[in-house]
Design a protein around this ligand. Structure first.
Ligand code: P6P
Length: 339
């Protein structure tokens, strides 16, 4: 009977968030409404990505389909869907998207109290070869929605209320934290619902995998080079770590969360601040990793304590298992103490 009860007691993402919201008696369900609109966007993108190969959605912008309509690239389409879903939720007042140079200030008549920073389709350069890609988002509360400015958006990641990603791969998995641990939900296409499949994700304290683009090795600074060398040629008699690098942040971080290890996108001489963007890649993923018991570091400080000054600012990031990140922190600390 217990097995039967399990199968019929479907914990959907909406139910799960409502349960979490009940911890805040004063909440009027605004967050739940906001999240339901984000979930709608993820369902749409999941459907579009699964058909992309067939509908030639992955072609370059400007291609026309059989109806002669101009095809939008999937990341442009995904961005439009998320912007419309977030604005129509009536719960947002400012949006930051990887696809939009400027912040989007919602019409005052439709404003709510949240700011959402998102990358609608991160890693979209990988879609043509079927590699998993994803949507990444971070959610903040805005002090005064009627007088919202960029300063409200350029705040440290420690102020984030919630963060998540939706990975479009062999299955569609949405991983979310509202500040009380991390939970994973898998889309059941027959129900059109995200079902709780990975409750209370905890990242292993130490991992056996390192994840970095070795092609940038000649440009790395000394601490990163030393750390990667230690992964490959450990001096303490332990086994070398395995290298796993997919090149799609959502997929690399998802594997790191579930299997443990460390994901690195270091600064290098070509890109002194690394490649990944603070507001909608580094902050949301750092929030999730910390909520799962791991760490996220920039080479100088705890990633979430960064104070961004520009919307699309980049930062180096080292995130993953607590002990693995601790090792690279020690290497950066010893380098800065000898400088
Ligand atoms: P590289 C994808 O383009 C992306 O923004 C992230 O998803 C991914 O982690 C990174 O860039 C990969 O960058 O330089 O290793 O190809």
């Amino acid at each position: 009977h217990a097995a039967e009860a399990q199968r019929t007691d479907l914990m959907t993402i909406t139910r799960h968030v409502l349960n979490e919201q009940s911890r805040y008696p004063e909440s009027r369900g605004d967050f739940t409404i906001l999240l339901s609109h984000i979930v709608l966007g993820c369902k749409f993108v999941a459907s579009a990505v699964s058909k992309a190969g067939l509908a030639k959605l992955i072609g370059l912008a400007g291609e026309t389909n059989v109806q002669g309509e101009e095809q939008k690239k999937l990341d442009v389409l995904s961005n439009e869907v998320f912007v419309k879903a977030l604005v129509s939720s009536g719960r947002t007042c400012v949006l930051v998207s990887e696809e939009n140079e400027e912040a989007i200030f919602v019409d005052p008549a439709l404003r709510g109290k949240y700011c959402v920073c998102f990358d609608p389709l991160d890693g979209s350069s990988n879609i043509d070869c079927g590699v998993s890609i994803g949507t990444i988002f971070g959610i903040y509360m805005i002090k005064d929605k009627d007088n919202v400015t960029l300063d409200d958006v350029l705040q440290p990641g420690t102020n984030m209320l919630a963060a998540g990603y939706c990975m479009y791969g062999s299955s569609c998995t949405l991983v979310l934290s509202t500040g009380n641990g991390v939970n994973g939900f898998t889309l059941d296409p027959s129900l059109g619902e995200f079902i709780l499949t990975h409750p209370n994700i905890k990242i292993p304290k130490k991992g056996k995998i390192y994840s970095v683009n070795e092609g940038n090795a000649k440009n790395w600074d000394a601490p990163t080079a030393k750390y990667v060398e230690k992964c490959k040629f450990p001096q303490d008699g332990s086994s070398p770590k395995s290298l796993r690098y997919i090149g799609s942040m959502v997929a690399d971080v998802h594997r790191t969360l579930l299997y443990g290890g460390i994901f690195l996108y270091p600064a290098d001489q070509k890109s002194p601040n690394g490649k990944l963007r603070v507001l909608y890649e580094v902050f949301p993923m750092s929030f999730l990793v910390e909520q799962a018991g791991g760490q996220a570091f920039t080479g100088k400080q705890r990633a979430l304590e960064l104070a961004p000054t520009k919307l699309h600012e980049r930062s180096p990031v080292f995130l993953g298992s607590h002990d693995d990140v601790e090792e690279i922190k020690a290497l950066y600390a010893s380098e800065s103490s000898t400088v």
